[in-house]
Design a binder for this molecule. Structure first.
Ligand code: FE2
Ligand code: FE2
Length: 478
């Protein structure tokens, strides 16, 4: 028992030895008055700035990051940072602080630190800077806040700090592991001057939470002159072969009554893994509308972006569960490429909403779940069940953030449909340029699956050869 307690009168001692103060802390700790609301708000605002920049920076790297595992992890990590930003904003707003001034830059050196991270010239620099320098600094800031904030008076802040610290530990582990797997010794050496520069920025800012002395001297810019801009061109690693291939129209197979539910699960796993193009496209909306939409828009769209990355991974898992090598299947990326290159952010959002809204009727997500249920593949049923739930959420997000820009739902849908019709699929020109011959990959995949299942292929299914040349994914003519 701490010294102070021994001096308390008998009636002030813990009742029957029970933890006092709802278990928040000891009485001695609670008597300590070295904390203030101002200090709490100040630290939370600085933490908020860095978390928000982390969200933006990760989001802006999703599209052009080629490595699949990093692309999906960045989608996840960006989403977690968005949740944390929301937690901190909510807490600051509770502390009678209007105006909140949450967009104010707390210190120029902190801005420089994040600008530098945004401008990391390659994946190796980025992984080391983000996960081995900035992330530990954020965690340190949360640990200090957890210890320093008054555990009773400022209990909600302590909870926020604890939750963020807890959640970031997984990211730290992922990042360290990624550096170990992807970054070689010469790259580590080569990055040292810049990593040293990041530490100087951190020191000059008085650390993320301002608990160290601040300096008026901000180090000169290293990579961030100018600050790197978003690259809208989707990139994939070498496992994604023949990416321009649009030689198979899976929707056409899925809605054809001649084919069995079991065979259709293959097309559904393909449709899922192909959804990797949605985070690539959605990231562009978030980057381009950054200052034009409120935080709540970014929060909800980041959740949706992460869901789409999850859907892609569910497709990957589906193929693995059947021992099918998904890298042999051309995973098309021209949807995100064409949308990012041909439309502006508002138009892209229109296309996204139009497609997702059309997933809701009878022949959309419910149908996919029914097919999965009949297929005898329990994993397909499980995934389609959650995929359906996620898509209902996405349709609601669209109704909250996209539809209100129009007079009514049908106008909003018509705009999305019109924007989608404007997108040139470049079906012929990709072939003319030698980027793909739109090979029909379906028979190979189907034969491989039948071999694993120990069944004879259905001749009609084997002969399927509908492409995207004249029909788009909603089976409308091009
Ligand atoms: Fe999805
Ligand atoms: Fe969706």
């Amino acid at each position: 028992m701490a010294g102070g307690s021994n001096n308390r009168s008998r009636n002030l001692l813990p009742y029957q030895g029970l933890p006092e103060l709802a278990g928040l802390c000891s009485m001695d700790r609670a008597i300590d008055a070295s904390w203030s609301l101002d200090e709490s708000v100040q630290r939370l605002k600085r933490l908020h700035y860095v978390l928000k920049r982390m969200h933006e920076i990760l989001t802006s790297r999703i599209t052009a990051e080629p490595i699949y595992e990093l692309k999906t992890a960045m989608s996840y990590h960006a989403y977690l940072f968005a949740e944390q930003v929301t937690l901190v904003r909510k807490r600051v707003a509770e502390m009678r602080e209007p105006p909140l001034e949450l967009d104010k830059i707390p210190h120029p050196a902190l801005e420089l630190l994040m600008d530098e991270l945004q401008s990391a010239p390659d994946t190796a620099h980025f992984l080391m800077g983000a996960y081995q320098d900035v992330l530990p600094a954020i965690i340190g800031c949360c640990i200090r806040l957890k210890h320093d904030a008054h555990p009773l008076a400022d209990a909600p802040t302590v909870r926020v700090a604890k939750l963020i610290e807890f959640e970031l530990q997984d990211l730290l582990e992922f990042g360290n592991h990624a550096v170990y797997c992807l970054v070689n010794e010469p790259e580590v050496e080569h990055a040292q001057p810049w990593l040293g520069h990041l530490r100087k920025c951190l020191a000059a800012s008085g650390h993320i939470d301002g608990t160290e002395p601040e300096s008026d001297e901000v180090p000169p810019r290293f990579f961030s002159k100018p600050v790197a801009q978003y690259d809208p061109e989707p990139k994939r690693d070498h496992r994604f072969q023949d990416r321009y291939n649009a030689g198979v129209n899976p929707e056409s197979f899925l809605y054809d009554e001649r084919f069995s539910a079991r065979d259709k699960t293959l097309m559904m796993y393909y449709k899922r893994i192909r959804e990797l193009d949605v985070p690539e496209m959605m990231a562009s909306i978030l980057v381009e509308l950054r200052d034009d939409e409120p935080w709540e828009f970014h929060m909800e769209m980041s959740r949706q972006l992460w869901d789409e990355a999850r859907h892609a991974m569910m497709g990957q898992v589906g193929f693995v569960s059947h021992d099918i090598d998904w890298t042999q299947i051309p995973i098309n990326f021209t949807w995100s490429k064409n949308l990012n290159e041909q439309l502006n952010a508002r138009e892209r959002h229109g296309v996204l909403f139009f497609i997702e809204q059309n997933l809701m009727p009878k022949n959309g997500k419910r149908y996919e779940w029914e097919v999965a249920t009949q297929s005898g593949d329990p994993l397909s049923k499980l995934f389609q069940d959650f995929d359906w739930a996620d898509e209902v959420l996405h349709a609601q997000i669209g109704r909250r953030w996209y539809v209100p820009q129009f007079g009514n739902l049908s106008e909003a849908l018509a705009y999305g449909d019109k924007c989608w019709s404007q997108v040139l699929s470049h079906w012929q020109s990709y072939r003319d340029k030698g980027l793909t011959d739109h090979r029909n990959w379906w028979p190979d995949l189907y034969r491989q699956a039948c071999l694993k299942w120990g069944v004879q292929p259905d001749p009609e299914a084997l002969a399927f050869h509908d492409t995207y040349e004249e029909k788009r994914a909603d089976l409308e003519s091009i």
